[in-house]
Design a protein around this ligand. Sequence first.
Ligand code: ADP
Ligand code: MG
Length: 136
Amino acid sequence: MITKGPTETRDAGRKLAAKLRAGDVLLMYGDLGAGKTAFVRGVLHGLGYEGNVSSPTFAIVNEYYSRRWEEPVYHFDFYRLRSLDEARAIGLEDYLSSGHLCLMEWPEIIEPLLPDDTLVVRLSENPDGSRTLEAR
Ligand code: ADP
Ligand code: MG
């Protein structure tokens, strides 16, 4: 789909949230500024989290709480991660096996640690400033 403006990107995330289940792993691919965090914001709002959502670029992972599911949701940003060992050191494998939803920006570097059945959204900016979102 194509989104014209951040509100539409958020709404797309909100819509997807209705189809997610706890334990899913959702990967967001896309360049810097593509709209990954905006999309995650929509997913979290769709799950009943009301507060602020910012990218955990330095923290690598932020924990949120879904009021709809009454359980945690994890949001990762691996942009600054340099190695798989760093991913293991923050406990990535424990997060993945926690049974809680994991939302991941910049997942390229941790692909070897991921399960086979991930959900993928690819975001890209079009010449007119809109964004294309593809899910699979
Ligand atoms: P990323 O996490 O991929 O680096 P962000 O989610 O931070 O990107 O989004 C970067 C900027 O793009 C934000 O200001 C966001 O509001 C804006 N944005 C998101 N979707 C769209 C869109 N469809 N059209 C224009 N701007 C958008
Ligand atoms: Mg981001």
